[in-house]
Design a protein around this ligand. Structure first.
Ligand SMILES: Nc1ccn([C@@H]2O[C@H](COP(=O)(O)O)[C@@H](O)[C@H]2O)c(=O)n1
Ligand code: CDI
Length: 159
């Protein structure tokens, strides 16, 4: 088999704070997120998609929330670690696609910066990295502004 696919999903509740991290980009916002790490749902979903493609469990297995090393951690380091696991097994990311789900903040103005950071961390062309967003039409916990969610898909090809 010369391709593998994985998908990921993550949620964090909003809490006190003045920014959210999304796709490695710091976005000023009137709420922060409650998390052990920097709470970057986009990168956590991506990590779970990458790990899922390798059938290596999930982000919590590799970076346990009980481990003080990950307190406030930059989630870009998680992405780079997952990418190293991929490369050392003879794979590379062919492309990935992330959808962020929230009413606010607006993601569109930051999507290009996110794509650039993710492409750099994966060592792949920016054309292979997609970041998009949707509201949930004011329905559910994202619609009520209680939290933020993201889902991701990741294709691996033989290096
Ligand atoms: N947090 C968000 C949510 C949405 N967008 C952009 O707005 C478009 C319309 O959203 P709908 O949920 O009404 O379909 C969407 O396609 C995104 O381009 C955004 O940037 N940030
Ligand atoms: C990222 C980790 C790191 O301890 O903690 P959180 O930032 O709380 O994020 P979550 O999406 O719950 O994933 C679990 C953990 O791996």
């Amino acid at each position: 088999m010369n391709i593998r696919i994985g998908q990921g999903f993550d949620v964090h509740a909003f809490g006190d704070g003045d920014h959210v991290m999304l796709g490695g980009v710091r976005i000023a916002h009137e709420r922060g997120v409650l998390a052990h790490s920097d709470g970057d749902v986009a990168l956590h979903a991506l990590c779970d998609a990458m790990l899922g493609a390798l059938a290596l469990g999930d982000i919590g297995v590799h970076f346990p929330p009980s481990d003080a090393r990950w307190k406030g951690a930059d989630s870009r380091a998680f992405v780079r670690h997952c990418n190293a696991l991929i490369l050392e097994r003879g794979w590379r990311v062919g492309n990935c696609d992330i959808t962020v789900i929230c009413e606010r903040p607006k993601v569109g103005p930051h999507a290009q910066a996110m794509r650039e950071l993710i492409a750099a961390d994966l060592g792949i062309d920016i054309d292979a990295v997609s970041v998009k967003a949707t509201t949930s039409e004011r329905l559910g916990f994202t619609g009520r502004g209680e939290g933020i969610a993201a889902q991701a898909a990741c294709l691996l090809v033989r290096a």
